[in-house]
Design a protein around this ligand. Structure first.
Ligand SMILES: [Zn+2]
Length: 165
């Protein structure tokens, strides 16, 4: 773990603070209409490397429980929309790296972090299976993987609730 991600300097802290409202706004998105699909397909093929809710430590310091599901895959592996939606926001964030936020309607929002490349733009409509970008290792990571979060009316929930068992 690079030190800048455990103990950011003043400039980095200013950037992190500035990004918080943008992230919160994206995750709090509510649009009318129910989601077209509640059964998701996996956004990327790969090994599940860290489950939702896992308690973690970075350099011995406790962190909040894991807010998503990590799927390990080589850099460049396509990341696909698990259900139809609209791109709320997309950009480079300090901790989350290159990130895409999708609105599926009715308060169901999904987030894709640490991407190597982003292939969508805000406002774009996507169908299930459309490419959002590629797996990478941007932001606070130790290796290439997708961090996938699912938010329901402002609360992070386990993405596996929406996958076929
Ligand atoms: Zn993660």
């Amino acid at each position: 773990m690079q030190r800048q991600y455990v103990a950011p300097n003043e400039e980095q802290l200013a950037r992190i603070r500035a990004e918080q409202p943008r992230i919160q706004a994206a995750l709090a998105t509510y649009s009318d209409g129910t989601p077209q699909l509640l059964r998701f397909v996996r956004p990327v093929e790969g090994r599940e490397s860290s489950p939702f809710g896992l308690r973690r430590y970075f350099n011995g310091e406790p962190r909040r429980p894991h807010s998503g599901l990590d799927i390990a895959a080589p850099t460049g592996t396509p990341v696909r929309a698990p259900a139809p939606g609209r791109v709320i926001d997309a950009g480079d964030f300090y901790f989350n790296g290159n990130t895409v936020f999708l609105d599926h309607g009715g308060g169901l929002v999904t987030m894709y972090c640490h991407l190597d490349r982003i292939d969508v733009t805000p406002g774009q409509l996507v169908e299930r299976g459309d490419r959002l970008g590629t797996v990478g290792a941007t932001g606070r990571v130790t290796g290439p993987h997708l961090h996938w979060s699912v938010v329901l009316n402002g609360t992070m929930v386990d993405p596996k609730l929406f996958l076929q068992p």
